[in-house]
Design a protein. Structure first.
Length: 237
């Protein structure tokens, strides 16, 4: 049981280490875990022998703090939803609105993926004049409407999986994407990570102390077995 507890704490430590490493990543969503108790199928029903383990990790999709940047191409979402971009193998979704302009005028993400407008088409700016992005994601330049940012929400986060570089992939984008209610687009702002540096530091200390206690419990069990063997051998003599 102590060994199983140490293993689950090591898995928690891996998740926490990734959260801390992305504490300054824009729009990052922290990974957390559900714990459960495992009972072997051949164990007696009244034995009460169970082992702790992580049932499954999950992604905390709560919103991070919106921070002003003053950059017209930076956008953040106040509320639920994701920006859609055209990834190399299909649509990807992100909360990181740190966009820029490509040489051909297309609005792209930090990794160079075209930002999708409504209908899935890429947003392309015909000129270099300043742009304005309204609260519903409509992009205008020089008084002319260029397009509207595609913003998608998902009824269940279970259909989303992390793809690296702060992107998510949906199991069925066409079937699950819906326009979020009450969400507004904030121009000139970026969403910070929701991992919480102070919270992560406290959890790190807690996990380390739990691991140390379980390690002592395992060592104590080994010592008890050793003493039992030595005492039985002594009685036999």
């Amino acid at each position: 049981m102590a060994a199983s507890g140490m293993r689950s704490r090591m898995e928690s430590l891996d998740l926490l280490a990734n959260n801390i490493a992305n504490a300054s990543t824009g729009g990052y969503k922290a990974d957390r875990e559900f714990y459960t108790l495992y009972t072997a199928a051949d164990a007696e029903s009244d034995s009460g022998t169970t082992m702790p383990l992580i049932q499954r990790p999950y992604t905390d999709l709560s919103q991070g703090l919106l921070q002003p940047t003053g950059n017209a191409l930076d956008v953040a979402l106040s509320g639920k939803g994701f920006f859609a971009v055209q990834g190399p193998t299909g649509p990807l979704f992100t909360r990181n609105g740190n966009f820029r302009l490509a040489a051909d005028g297309r609005l792209i993400s930090a990794e160079g993926y075209p930002v999708s407008g409504t209908g899935g088409t890429a947003i392309k700016l015909p000129g270099t004049q300043p742009i304005e992005i309204s609260s519903d994601g409509t992009v205008t330049q020089d008084g002319k409407t260029i397009g509207q940012l595609q913003i998608a929400d998902f009824t269940s986060g279970a259909g989303l999986s992390k793809q690296g570089s702060n992107y998510f992939r949906a199991a069925d984008p066409a079937g699950q994407a819906t326009l979020p209610q009450g969400t507004t687009v904030e121009q000139g702002k970026l969403e910070a990570s929701n991992s919480g540096t102070a919270e992560s530091a406290v959890r790190l200390i807690g996990i380390m102390r739990q691991f140390e206690m379980l390690q002592k419990a395992a060592a104590l069990g080994t010592d008890m077995d050793k003493q039992a063997i030595e005492q039985v051998a002594r009685v036999g003599q």
